[in-house]
Design a protein around this ligand. Structure first.
Ligand SMILES: Nc1ncnc2c1ncn2[C@@H]1O[C@H](COP(=O)(O)OP(=O)(O)OP(=O)(O)O)[C@@H](O)[C@H]1O
Length: 556
């Protein structure tokens, strides 16, 4: 089972110690049964050494099972921490495109549902191991009492194991189905939380969402889970029934076998009685492992990998500047399941130098945001290359390359603190930016934390801009940043903030539809259906380019 491999890979040493302690504990408790059997079959009062032996064995059982339990609990909890950290690291290091393809609902299902079911299995694993050792110890003792009866017992166990495996296959099939439906359910939860406004304002949509989307999926998850868990319960009951058959055979057939003495029979009865509870416990916790296995497989199937190790390793010292950045024959393809044609983006040739303001323009869906993701290294180049001062960007230095950029995408995320920025050193600077962005009456910066991020969309974008300013990178990318700003602040953005960045030697790539400000750009790159169709330098002395700009504005 994958889950055992997973546990074992986390701490072999701990597992081996815990198992050794468990074996001692199992051995001691079997010893207690053997001793009781001995006493029951001895005439007269028990001798002093037997009493001391009994007490000693009981204490040894107690301490070794405590030690084994403690080690296993530590191992289980340690693996849970590792699992959470590992998953977070994996998500951070998985290429952006892969994450986009999976969708946030699937990641959320992994982080909540799968982590929970793996945690459940890990939490009960000490119980499983301890009880397994007791059962094995009892079987060992039974074998020592009578090999033929043990052989019958093992034959029953073999039948139980094989039939349990067959039933488990059916159960796992249903649970796997439930897990797939769970992804769909998380997608609906996404719609429920993010589309609250749309659902509240349209009763028909709300009812249709409930009846046609949410309820069928919830029922589907319910049906598959009930089916899977019922098969598991049936398998557990079947296992118990076989065990009862075994007891029946020992009790009714045992005495007719010449080799079975009354001492053996009493010993068997004691061992069987002793192992009933551990056996039932094992059968009860096994479904947890089936579910955890499915979750581990699901995590693997999402392809969350550690491909881009640089993201989770200690960051290299940040490259603060460049002289020339060249993009050559870069391509990116979006695969679309429902369409015959894939959308392909091409950047034949682009050059950026410090201190220039470049506008990236084009119609909706023409590829501007994708180009920004390609230039900033968020999408790994499928073909073509990026060169910074003559050095080619490869997977080994791409993380360092990304540190050249500060980006505010239109679907930006605003952290409520200045993570990764030494706020104590930059507090005064941050305060100045709060004034400049006209946020000083709304937001305070205290110990590197914004007093609030509950702001209007335009104000939140200004805070995102402040964070970008404080990052002080060489290359700034703004994806329709001004779209949510009022006309006054739009004017400030294009006429003050962007020239200010230029004067500080920054390269600024502005994705925009604000054609009234196109004449402020030094260069305009126009995109259409994934192709760069013009890269025009503008300037007062350049009549030809000015004509090109006028054409572009009128076309827009
Ligand atoms: N995650 C994605 N998966 C598949 N296709 C995508 C994805 N993101 C964008 N596309 C497709 O790629 C094309 C370019 O999208 P992109 O977001 O780069 O356009 P854009 O020029 O920035 O548009 P807008 O001006 O509307 O923001 C679009 O036709 C879109 O359908």
């Amino acid at each position: 089972m994958k889950i055992f491999q997973f546990l074992f890979s986390h701490s072999r040493k701990n597992i081996i110690f815990a198992l050794l302690a468990g074996i001692v504990s199992g051995g001691c408790s079997t010893g207690v049964i053997a001793l009781i059997n001995n006493v029951l079959n001895t005439e007269g009062t028990s001798s002093f050494p037997l009493i001391i032996g009994f007490i000693g064995l009981c204490l040894m059982t107690l301490f070794s099972s405590l030690l084994s339990g403690y080690l296993l609990i530590r191992l289980a909890q340690g693996s849970i921490i590792q699992l959470r950290l590992n998953l977070s690291k994996r998500i951070l290091s998985t290429p952006l495109r892969k994450l986009e393809e999976q969708g946030s609902h699937r990641l959320l299902a992994v982080l909540t549902d799968d982590v929970m079911s793996i945690m459940n299995a890990i939490t009960v694993s000490p119980m499983l191991v301890i009880n397994l050792v007791i059962v094995l110890g009892c079987f060992g003792y039974m074998g020592w009492l009578s090999l033929p009866v043990l052989a019958i017992g093992l034959a029953f166990m073999g039948i139980a194991f094989i039939s349990y495996q067959v039933l488990m296959k059916f159960a796992n099939k249903s649970l796997l189905q439930a897990r797939e439906e769970q992804d769909e359910l998380f997608d609906h939860f996404n719609a429920l939380t993010r589309g609250t406004k749309e659902l509240k304002t349209n009763k028909k949509r709300r009812i249709a969402f409930f009846n046609e989307e949410l309820i069928p999926t919830i029922k589907g998850v319910y049906r598959s889970t009930v089916k899977g868990m019922t098969i598991y319960t049936a398998a557990g009951n079947w296992g118990q029934l076989l065990f009862l058959f075994f007891i029946g055979i020992v009790i009714f057939v045992g005495p007719s076998l010449n080799t079975v003495t009354s001492e053996v029979l009493i010993g068997y009865t004691l061992a069987i009685l002793y192992m009933i509870t551990p056996l039932v416990t094992i059968l009860n916790v096994l479904p947890n492992f089936g579910r955890a296995n499915i979750s581990l497989k699901k995590i693997e199937s999402l392809g969350l990998s550690l491909e881009d190790k640089s993201l989770i390793e200690e960051a290299d010292p940040i490259e603060t500047s460049f002289q020339i950045l060249k993009v050559n024959k870069l391509t990116h393809q979006y695969y679309r399941e429902k369409e015959d044609l894939n959308f392909t983006l091409n950047i034949e040739n682009l050059v950026f130098t410090p201190g220039e303001i470049v506008y990236l323009v084009g119609g909706n869906g023409s590829g501007k945001t994708t180009i920004a993701k390609m230039i900033t290294g968020l999408y790994l180049p499928e073909t073509g290359s990026i060169y910074v001062d003559g050095q080619e960007i490869t997977s080994s230095n791409i993380d360092k390359y990304r540190q050249l950029f500060s980006v505010v995408f239109s679907d930006f995320y605003l952290f409520n603190n200045l993570l990764g920025i030494d706020s104590s050193k930059q507090e005064e600077e941050a305060q100045n930016y709060l004034d400049l962005l006209q946020l000083n009456h709304k937001v305070k910066l205290e110990n590197g934390r914004f007093s609030t991020t509950e702001l209007s969309q335009g104000q939140r974008k200004r805070l995102a801009l402040l964070t970008a300013y404080l990052e002080d990178r060489s290359f700034y990318v703004f994806d329709e940043w001004a779209a949510d700003q009022d006309p006054i602040f739009k004017e400030i953005f294009y006429t003050k903030l962007l020239p200010d960045l230029k004067s500080r030697g920054k390269t600024v790539l502005v994705i925009t539809h604000d054609d009234q400000y196109f004449d402020l750009a030094e260069r305009i790159i126009k995109v259409d259906y994934g192709q760069i169709i013009s890269d025009t330098k503008t300037g007062e002395d350049n009549g030809e380019n000015n004509r090109a700009l006028k054409e572009l504005v009128s076309e827009y």
